[in-house]
Design a protein around this ligand. Structure first.
Ligand code: SAM
Length: 271
């Protein structure tokens, strides 16, 4: 087999896992079963792909770098691996939903982690779980509680759709080339929240608007969206900063605003 001579590409956030102990620990955590419907995002040179294929009857992978696609195709010839050469941010995961919920796995580049998680939330009802290796700071933001510095848009939205579990830390030495920051493994498990949002798009955009300027009050962040009368009808203290509201409070706020807006309201266009 041809020797692997791929030079890591910065623009694709390529930091390849090289610590076999850590790879084993991660695969143990994922605990794949032969019939699982698994998709790996960014298989790279196959550090996780190989041990996953030891168990799985089939595996799908989405990789953007065509040189790596060629390398993986050669490396895993005759194995039940389907490689999709694509940008995971634009990939239609419906193509992989075959009646059995998908399990998503990825050692993700920093620059795509937040948009990719948002993209995957579009498919959350068809996802069993997601295990990601991310920059520690992003994992902390995902898991952050209200009224903390790390709490923001991604915390509220992800905690509404998923249980978030910070699993373990990964030092820079686990990678080649080594990143400058700590990483961590996080597990996201989609499940229904205790209260349901009536309008998911409104929820996601409203949370974004509320956190547009996190040092400002909710009133300030919402003033271009709601008039004074509408603000007065909300059962919410708008003099608070966005991080003061729990996920439940954001859900209730979304539903109240949804009830306030008639279908022809220009605010729906903003939504
Ligand atoms: N899974 C491998 C490992 O653990 O060694 C590689 C991880 S590396 C941090 C990230 C991988 O994601 C690279 O293979 C990179 O080419 C790929 N990638 C980056 N952006 C991508 C995108 N938008 N869509 C799909 N793959 C992407």
């Amino acid at each position: 087999m041809k020797k692997e001579t791929h030079r890591a590409r910065k623009r694709f956030g390529q930091n390849f896992l090289q610590d076999q102990g850590l790879i084993n620990r991660l695969v143990q955590l994922i605990n794949p079963k032969p019939d699982d419907n698994v998709v790996e995002i960014g298989p790279g040179q196959g550090a996780l792909t190989a041990p996953l294929l030891d168990t799985l009857n089939k595996l799908d992978a989405v990789e953007i770098d065509r040189d790596l696609v060629a390398m993986l195709t050669e490396k895993f010839a005759n194995q039940p691996l389907t490689i999709h050469e694509a940008d995971a941010l634009k990939f239609d995961f419906n193509a992989l939903i075959t009646g059995q919920p998908i399990r998503v796995i990825g050692n993700l580049p920093y620059n795509i982690s937040t948009p990719l998680i948002f993209h995957l939330l579009d498919y959350q009802t068809a996802i069993k779980d997601m295990h990601f290796m991310l920059q520690l700071e992003v994992v902390e933001r995902l898991a952050a509680k209200s009224s903390t510095k790390a709490y923001g848009r991604i915390s509220v939205v992800c905690q509404y759709y998923c249980d978030i579990e910070q699993c373990f830390l990964v030092p820079p030495t686990a990678f080649n080339p080594q990143p400058k920051v700590m990483s961590a493994i996080v597990k996201l498990t989609p499940r229904p929240f205790k209260i349901t949002v009536q309008n998911d798009d409104l929820f996601i955009r409203l949370v974004k608007a509320c956190f547009a300027q996190r040092r400002k009050t909710l009133k300030n962040n919402l003033k271009s969206i709601l008039n004074r009368e509408q603000m007065q009808q909300l059962d919410c203290d708008l003099s608070l900063r966005p991080e003061a509201l729990t996920v439940e409070m954001y859900v209730k706020l979304t539903n109240t605003i949804d009830d306030l807006l008639d279908s022809e309201s220009p605010l729906r266009k903003w939504i």
